[in-house]
Design a protein around this ligand. Structure first.
Ligand code: SF4
Length: 323
């Protein structure tokens, strides 16, 4: 079956044709999330970055299509983080165009999306091909999300958005002239010694000769991960906007506990970050047979690192041979 996808410019063009038109290639890149998967389990890294490739093509073998399907699942926590991020982005975008919206209106939008996507996940329309539909990891793996869990999730989403509205951070953003806001796209990238680095910065703004970077958190990530992420953002700002590291301030706002932390950025940290990325890229590339074309070794060359991460791994079914 050929799956049509909707796009305002090219309506109902089968994804296969679009890919040919765009000369789509599985290019090598580095990102914090890719790095995280690589650190967790090499087999998972293979599925997530190589095994899925072409899984959207109806002529592809079933196993590849299944890997592609599993790749798109989200745990309830990851999904919750993404809808909170989307809500804040919407609020800031409205504000940018002079249409500040009230907390109650923002909460109503959030609740609507929350309910809609919960229903979507349960009506089993998810195929992995339509970006508009979504499915919970829990749903796929028969893990119950009880009514109580659902209430807790909604409560957390509302708390995060309310904390954002009532925060000094939002007050500071509102007081800052729009000309000093720096809106960044979701998928930023820059060239690092010939390879692409991808990242997504939630919000940034100018304050005199300084740039303040913000990252909204909704979960329980470790502080060590924040450092890696924020230094990567600072590297982008420093490389792309030519700003000295001493003029970059990086902030994490943990919305669920209403806590803002500031991270120091300096030349030393940026150099350390560069060394880290160089090493990780080298390790990742050691799993390739063709570095130019980003062609990976065979699946069996990527060891399964069974343990803690398996319980929340999208690819469990395929990895265990159950599917
Ligand atoms: S189930 Fe475990 S071993 Fe298999 S890919 Fe996932 S994390 Fe790796």
């Amino acid at each position: 079956m050929i799956i049509p996808i909707k796009c305002p410019l090219v309506q109902d063009v089968p994804i296969q044709n679009l890919i040919k038109m765009a000369n789509f290639k599985n290019e090598f890149s580095w990102s914090k999330s890719r790095d995280g998967v690589f650190n967790e389990c090499k087999r998972k890294y293979f599925f997530n970055h190589y095994g899925f490739w072409n899984g959207w093509d109806s002529n592809e073998e079933d196993r590849t299509k299944r890997i592609y399907y599993l790749k798109q699942l989200n745990t309830k926590e990851i999904w919750l983080g993404s809808i909170i991020h989307e809500a804040i982005k919407y609020v800031l975008n409205q504000l940018k165009f002079g249409q500040g919206i009230s907390l109650s209106y923002a909460l109503a939008i959030l609740r609507k999306k929350f309910e809609k996507e919960f229903i979507q996940s349960s009506i089993k329309k998810y195929t992995g091909f339509n970006r508009k539909s979504h499915k919970f990891f829990e749903e796929e793996y028969g893990i119950e999300i009880s009514e109580e869990d659902k209430k807790e999730l909604l409560k957390k989403a509302e708390l995060c958005l309310t904390n954002f509205y009532n925060s000094d951070t939002f007050m500071t953003i509102r007081k800052t002239p729009i000309e000093d806001w720096i809106f960044l796209e979701n998928f930023l990238n820059f060239n690092f010694e010939g390879d692409k680095i991808f990242l997504g910065i939630d919000f940034a703004m100018r304050d005199g000769d300084k740039i303040i970077l913000y990252d909204w958190k909704t979960g329980k990530e470790r502080t060590a991960d924040f450092d890696l992420q924020l230094t990567c953002y600072a590297l982008y700002i420093s490389e792309r906007l030519g700003v000295s590291p001493k003029n970059i301030i990086a902030k994490i706002f943990n919305l669920s506990i209403n806590k803002e932390d500031t991270f120091e950025i300096n030349e030393e940290k940026l150099e350390e970050m560069k060394r880290y990325i160089q090493e990780k890229i080298k390790s990742m590339k050691s799993f390739l047979v063709d570095m130019e074309e980003n062609i990976a070794k065979e699946e069996k060359e990527f060891p399964k690192e069974e343990g803690f991460y398996c319980s929340r791994c999208n690819f469990k079914k395929i990895c265990s041979g159950e599917w």
